[in-house]
Design a protein around this ligand. Structure first.
Ligand SMILES: N[C@@H](CCC(=O)N[C@@H](CS)C(=O)NCC(=O)O)C(=O)O
Length: 128
């Protein structure tokens, strides 16, 4: 059985989406984050992911973390048609995956933080 750890409004949504998309049965444990006494900082969760971040999965005893890596692993191991069959197509898949996680996501997070968390006039710059 696959267990997905992480509140659905976290990056766990990626993994939940993928599991639903390709029809993998799973149990969902909605671990809290970024709140006082967040469950993702509790020892039982740190034992799964020493970074104390969500999501993580336990796939029949195989534990891993990092949402994009989890999705590539699940698409491959569950023989999804979403997982490319040629080296070239796998290269493209990795290209876009790294592009999103390395280039797009940091900028989106900066925009999100500036619009939601910081008062006007106190915006932080793009860390890059
Ligand atoms: N690169 C990681 C990022 C994980 C991450 O930052 N998760 C956030 C929620 S979306 C978290 O757990 N934050 C808790 C904290 O920063 O203490 C992934 O994609 O899984």
């Amino acid at each position: 059985m696959l267990t997905i750890y992480g509140a659905p409004h976290s990056r766990a949504f990626r993994v939940i989406w993928l599991a639903n998309e390709i029809g993998i049965p799973y149990e969902h444990v909605p671990v809290t984050f970024s709140v006082p006494n967040a469950q993702c900082k509790e020892p039982w969760y740190i034992a799964l992911n020493p970074n104390g971040l969500v999501p993580s999965i336990d796939d029949n005893g195989f534990v891993m973390w990092e949402s994009a890596a989890i999705n590539l692993y699940l698409a491959e191991t569950h023989l999804s048609s979403l997982y490319p069959s040629t080296p070239q197509d796998r290269g493209r898949m990795l290209q876009w995956t790294f592009f999103v996680t390395n280039e797009v996501e940091p900028a989106l997070i900066t925009i999100f933080r500036n619009r939601v968390f910081f008062p006007p006039g106190t915006a932080e710059c793009d860390p890059c």
